[in-house]
Ligand binder design. Structure first.
Ligand SMILES: *Cc1c(COP(=O)(O)O)cnc(C)c1O
Length: 393
């Protein structure tokens, strides 16, 4: 089975007892046993549930491995990895750009437990080698949030392995449609399922995937032991969303590519961050390690002051102001005051996250309507008139 067929058929044969075409929602907390310990493979939903285990099998198939555990959120999934694999005194190396919640989890939850997290320039082999000395884990985002920086995942994983560290890739932004981290050497993949995998901005969920059962086992143990599991209904919604994953992501790739090119030529835009643009410093790596698409998220630095940026993000017709990404409805956010507000201002400046940076998550609306929505906002900025609409024609 190929990718699109896996999403629809893998582990999803009609239900043998009823003939139901679609995987049922098994909304139960517990399962009746014939005699103590004798049951049909399920005893209690925190431990395992048929709807969840179907979802775990499908996600594993889409990432090309055997093991997956689904959690109540992306951060619960990340927490399970960190708790399973780290001990006091351990060191984690991350990319400089990092999802704000991951940064907070590492600094404010695992920091006090004796875990050191360092952000390293993963793209600089010497800096990476130095940072990896004595490291237990390399935590990679590529493309990163919010500046869409791209790193050579295969080279970084190889360096981690040379230092005896495990490599984790947060594949939320790319989704397995655009990038398969296990083929590039990752030991673990984590997803905020909330985003592209579920795809409709109607649930919160996370997943951990692994190739090696020895790496996976402690994560699976923690799923049951700490209990951050999703509901069967949410698992069912994700199974539904996955059936259109590649259609959605391919369209989002195309629309983001279209908008990025137009915005790059706009006088009101100082800079566009999108790996699909030849001007992007990671473009060649993105072409080499990706599967043809560059994702549905782009960010732009506006030529405007703080008040104008606030107005721009607040007054869009279709790009609704909100955190999150990857859904069918387009979203806009200002990372400095929203998704990345938990990073102290001086650290944000050091990381290159100015207040004028705006992140766009492209949905499935008509690309021309999205272009017009942005154009209207850019024209209202007190800078050079925009030519976005003219370019759309
Ligand atoms: C949203 C997100 C997370 C956290 O996932 P939740 O489902 O919100 O807990 C982690 N990493 C990235 C890249 C994200 O975008």
């Amino acid at each position: 089975m190929r990718f699109d067929t896996l999403a629809i058929h893998f582990a999803q044969d009609p239900d043998p007892s009823t003939g139901a075409l679609v995987t049922p929602i098994v909304q139960t907390s517990t399962f009746v046993q014939e005699s103590p310990g004798v049951h049909k493979g399920f005893d209690y939903t925190r431990t395992n549930n048929p709807t969840r285990s179907t979802l775990e099998r499908v996600l594993a198939a889409l990432e090309g491995v055997d093991h997956c555990a689904v959690f109540a959120s992306g951060l619960a999934a990340e927490n399970a990895i960190l708790q399973a694999l780290l001990r006091p005194g351990d060191r984690v190396v991350t990319t400089p750009d990092l999802y704000g919640g991951t940064f907070r989890l590492l600094r404010q939850v695992f920091g006090p437990l004796g875990v050191t997290a360092v952000q390293a320039d993963v793209g600089d082999p010497e800096a990476l080698e130095a940072a990896l000395l004595g490291a237990r884990l390399l935590w990679l985002e590529s493309p990163t949030n919010p500046r869409l920086q791209v790193y050579d995942i295969a080279a970084a994983c190889e360096a981690a392995h040379r230092h005896g560290a495990l490599a984790v890739v947060d594949n939320t932004f790319a989704s397995p449609v655009n990038q398969k981290p296990f083929e590039l050497g990752a030991d673990l993949v984590v997803h905020s399922v909330t985003k592209y995998l579920a795809g409709h901005s109607d649930l919160i969920q996370g997943a951990v995937l692994a190739r090696d059962p020895a790496v996976f086992q402690p994560v699976k143990f923690l799923q049951n032991a700490t209990g951050a599991v999703p509901s069967p209904f949410d698992c069912w919604l994700t199974l539904r969303g996955l059936k259109t994953l590649s259609l959605r992501v391919e369209r989002q790739n195309a629309t983001a590519f279209f908008l990025a090119h137009r915005l790059e030529r706009d006088g009101a835009v100082a800079r566009v961050h999108y790996p699909g643009l030849p001007s992007h410093p990671g473009h060649d790596i993105a072409v080499r390690q990706g599967r043809g698409g560059f994702g549905g998220v782009l960010s732009v630095e506006l030529r405007a002051d703080a008040a104008d940026v606030r107005r721009f993000v607040s007054e869009r017709r279709y790009f609704k102001l909100g955190e999150s990404l990857g859904g069918v409805k387009s979203l806009v956010c200002q990372p400095a005051t929203m998704t990345h507000a938990s990073i102290p201002p001086e650290e944000r400046r050091r990381l290159g996250l100015p207040d004028t940076l705006v992140r766009l998550s492209v949905g499935l609306e008509d690309p021309r309507d999205l272009a017009e929505d942005l154009e209207e906002g850019l024209r209202a900025l007190p800078s050079a008139p925009s030519d976005l609409l003219a370019a759309v024609g």
